[in-house]
Design a protein around this ligand. Sequence first.
Ligand code: FAD
Length: 106
Amino acid sequence: PPDVEALGRGTWTLLHSIAASYPDSPSTSQQSDLLRFVKLFSKLYPCWVCAEDFRTYIGREVPRVGSRDDFGKWLCGAHNDVNRKLGKPEFDCSRWQERWRTGWKD
Ligand code: FAD
C-alpha cells in the first residue's frame, strides 16, 4: 500500500495548487468540473479510510466552487478537519493564499 504520509503531503500540494490556479470568477463549466473532480477524487483516493472520511466531510460541508477564495477556504477547512483528527495544528485559513499562491511576505 502507498505511504499514507507521503501520499498525503503530495496530494495536499496538488489540491491546494489546483485551488491557487482556479479563477476568481470561474465559468459555470469550470465550477461543475471542479465539483466533479472533488467528488471523483473522494472515490478514488488510494487511502480508503482517508477517502471515506473525506466523503463524509463533503456530505457535511458541501464544496464551495464559486471562486478561487471560496474553494481555497473550503479546502483549507477540509485539510484542518484531517489535521484535527491527526492531532496536528490547525492552519489559519485566512492565510491560505500566502502559503499556496502568493508566497509569505516578510
Ligand atoms: P500535511 O498535512 O500533508 O500538509 C502539508 C502542508 O500543507 C503543511 O506543511 C502546511 O504548510 C500546509 N497546510 C497544513 N494545513 C493546511 C490547511 N488546513 N490549509 C492549507 N494548507 C495547510 N492521514 C491519516 O493518517 N489519516 C487520514 O484519515 C488522512 N486523511 C487524508 C485525507 C486527504 C483528503 C488527504 C489529502 C490526506 C489525508 N491524510 C490522512 C494525510 C495527512 O493529511 C497528511 O498529509 C500526512 O499526515 C502528512 O502530514 P504533514 O504533517 O507532512 O503535512
